[in-house]
Design a protein around this ligand. Structure first.
Ligand code: HEC
Ligand code: HEC
Length: 258
């Protein structure tokens, strides 16, 4: 009885106070890691050990409710791992999360990345109805996503993010199923150098070639698109990137693959 009441009390505090929640999350991750290191097991599976993560990223990493906490489920493992390293190395910033990720080893981060990559969950329909955007904006966005802009030397988003824009294994994320706010925030972060990828950082070059109305247009169009039936990232690219385009975090994009 007493223990129940204690738990209820703790969880109320947990919900009310973000900071306390963070503290408990950190504490749990450390406990899980220690227990794991010593080969003990108390419900020792990844779902349990990544509870601190899913507190923000939604159940099974299916994204938080408000478009702020990105989905992790089903994204390519190499991409997820690279992002965890980026947070550790200060190439991306979100303090509450970095503090959790900083102490974790590469091997453990790789396991976490693989765990979320293997979770195949259905995608909800897009939250942005196309009627909310003007036809002109949607047309420009679609053009940039599927064709790029030859005059500006800008490849289509599709050239790197896969023929269905669902990403390419193992390092390139898909661009569908992401909320408008998240897309805007990430593209904006690349423009202000808040977000970086391994050099040569091709996304830095991509956003440098986009005006702000282009960014808005492409993010808007992407966020109105339905996820295709097969949401899996493509297994490879059919056309390798042409020089001078190169992506340090996804070198495989530049190679012809069998
Ligand atoms: C306090 C909330 C919070 C916690 C806890 C948290 N994250 Fe995050 N995470 C975020 C936010 C917010 C972002 C997006 C930050 C940005 O705008 O770049 C993010 C981004 C990510 C990304 C990049 C996703 C992408 O598509 O680029 C990965 C991977 C990730 N988190 C994994 C984890 C893992 C693994 C854990 C547990 C060890 C964790 N997160 C814990 C809030 C959190
Ligand atoms: C030359 C190849 C290339 C092109 C062209 C390209 N991207 Fe990317 N993009 C990448 C790579 C590689 C990453 C992963 C970067 C990393 O590892 O952090 C990425 C990541 C992203 C992300 C982060 C996704 C997430 O879940 O956080 C967004 C958003 C994005 N690209 C949007 C676009 C848009 C919009 C276009 C078209 C205007 C585009 N990209 C064109 C290679 C490309």
């Amino acid at each position: 009885m007493f223990f129940d009441a204690f738990l209820t009390h703790i969880s109320t505090l947990f919900i009310r106070w973000g900071k306390l929640a963070w503290f408990f999350s950190l504490f749990s991750v450390l406990c899980w890691q220690t227990a794991w290191g010593q080969g003990k097991s108390f419900k020792d599976d990844m779902a349990e050990r990544t509870r601190a993560c899913t507190a923000c990223h939604g159940e099974q990493g299916r994204a938080g409710p408000d478009g702020y906490y990105p989905r992790l489920a089903g994204k390519p493992a190499g991409y997820l791992f690279n992002q965890l390293k980026n947070f550790q190395e200060g190439k991306r910033h979100y303090n509450l999360m970095s503090r959790l990720v900083d102490p974790l080893s590469d091997k453990y981060l790789q396991e976490i990345a693989q765990y979320f990559a293997d979770l195949k969950l259905p995608y909800p329909p897009p939250t942005m109805p196309p009627q909310r955007a003007s036809a002109k904006v949607l047309k420009l966005g679609k053009q940039l996503a599927l064709e790029g802009d030859l005059e500006r030397g800008l490849p289509a988003c599709m050239a790197c993010h896969g023929p269905l824009l669902t990403g390419v294994q193992p390092y390139v994320p898909g661009l569908l199923g992401l909320p408008l706010d998240y897309l805007n925030a990430q593209l904006g972060a690349w423009q202000t150098h808040q977000r970086k990828a391994r050099e040569p950082d091709c996304m830095k070059e991509v956003v440098a070639k986009l005006q702000s109305e282009d960014l808005v247009a492409v993010a808007t169009w992407l966020s109105t698109q339905n996820m295709p039936k097969d949401s899996a990232p493509a297994s490879k690219v059919s056309t390798p990137l042409k020089a001078p385009w190169q992506c340090g975090s996804a070198p495989v994009l530049s190679k012809l693959q069998p």
